[in-house]
Unconditional design. Structure first.
Length: 396
């Protein structure tokens, strides 16, 4: 039965592969610097590696937004997000899977009456603005650096072509890894509280935890989406918004990959915190928003000439529509799942467990207060004894 419920997550993974993952190599394929088949193979391999190794960071924030605690509820939430993304993909819009799953989770919160963690929500919403802006800034600055470097070194055009192709492949691999690490939370994050998988060993070489097994399955679904349906969206990103040169395509992929990595790296978070610096929130950000921001950054570096504002406006409208549509669809679907199919989409907390938890908390507080009183009495008696000795010594 678990595999049936996971089908919606696999569908969502396929949708992400056909839409969001296309953004990694969209500019390279759109400028015909890399063949689609080559891009699909590299993207598939590294998106799986990133999901398994580094996927836990961003899923933690998504879990705090709303802990979907019943497998039927996880199925419905993922299905609502997947249908929304598939619909947008059909319209050839590079829409955000992150926005779809957030909207679907909020729909679950509203249906079940569960509280939405507003701190996590504000953190996620802020990244929807920061992500494309930050990528645009990175792309703008990188373009100026690359331009200055090319003018200074005067690289031959044939050698420049080879360097660009190799760079697109290497940076694309890094981007696919970052995408898997950051966006696997969108695909399988809602199943984390309810999945039944245990540890799994592979030929005595390494062992995956239950959550990593879940992320491996999601990564495979993303790979299928890359191979089967991502080419249309690649051409939209690579050609329709702004005509990119091969060098500009490389810069866009690099800027996007850096932003995805920043919002997914637990190692970077630990490094910043250990040095007393503010940490970057580990949040599943949109690769679609990132790549669009990167393309716009390049366009601005070229004085803004040639931007297709009609396509850009169409994409932006999709970003607004996606979370609303996913939330409404999630709410309606949960109603049918619960009242028509009699499936449990939400597990109510056990009253006895809540009482025991509250009693345990009260006992701990009482124990701490009693311990504090013991320490305070001891310190007072010790202080009085010391004063008496000092007085005796003064008299002597």
């Amino acid at each position: 039965m678990i595999w049936f419920f996971l089908l919606s997550g696999l569908f969502l993974g396929w949708s992400l592969g056909s839409n969001d993952a296309a953004n990694i190599f969209g500019t390279a394929v759109g400028t015909r610097m890399i063949k689609f088949k080559t891009a699909a193979i590299i993207g598939s391999v590294f998106v799986i590696i990133g999901a398994v190794i580094s996927g836990a960071g961003a899923s933690h924030t998504l879990g705090k937004l709303g802990a979907v605690n019943a497998i039927a509820g996880s199925f419905t939430v993922a299905l609502a997000a997947a249908v929304t993304v598939a619909w947008m993909t059909k319209l050839k819009l590079p829409v955000s899977t992150s926005q779809a799953i957030v909207g679907a989770i909020i729909g679950w919160n509203l249906f079940t009456g569960s509280p939405t963690d507003m701190t996590s929500l504000y953190k996620i919403l802020s990244t929807w603005v920061i992500c494309p802006v930050l990528t645009a800034v990175f792309a703008y600055l990188l373009y100026l650096v690359f331009k200055k470097w090319l003018l200074k070194w005067e690289v031959h055009i044939l050698r420049q072509d080879v360097y660009t192709r190799v760079g697109l492949i290497l940076i694309g691999a890094f981007g696919a890894y970052s995408l898997g690490a950051n966006n696997i939370a969108n695909v399988m994050g809602v199943f984390v509280p309810a999945h039944p998988f245990g540890e799994m060993g592979f030929f005595n070489l390494f062992t995956l935890s239950g959550t990593q097994v879940l992320f491996l399955i999601g990564g495979l679904a993303i790979s299928v989406g890359i191979f089967t349906y991502s080419k249309k969206v690649m051409m939209t990103v690579g050609n329709d918004i702004f005509k990119l040169t091969p060098i500009a395509a490389l810069i866009v992929v690099l800027a996007e990959s850096l932003v995805l990595f920043l919002f997914a790296s637990k190692s970077l978070e630990h490094f910043l915190l250990s040095h007393g610096l503010p940490a970057i929130p580990l949040v599943p950000v949109s690769s679609s928003q990132a790549v669009v921001g990167g393309v716009v950054g390049i366009a601005l570096a070229k004085k803004g000439r040639g931007i297709n504002y009609r396509i850009l406006g169409k994409i932006s409208s999709g970003w607004v529509t996606t979370p609303i549509a996913a939330g409404v669809l999630s709410f309606i679907s949960l109603f049918f799942m619960q009242n028509v199919f009699n499936l449990e989409v939400y597990k109510k907390p056990d009253a006895a467990a809540i009482i025991l938890q509250e009693n345990a908390g009260a006992t701990a507080i009482a124990s701490n207060e009693q311990e504090f009183r013991k320490i305070s009495i001891y310190e007072i008696e010790n202080h009085l004894t010391t004063n008496k000795r000092n007085n005796k010594n003064e008299k002597l």
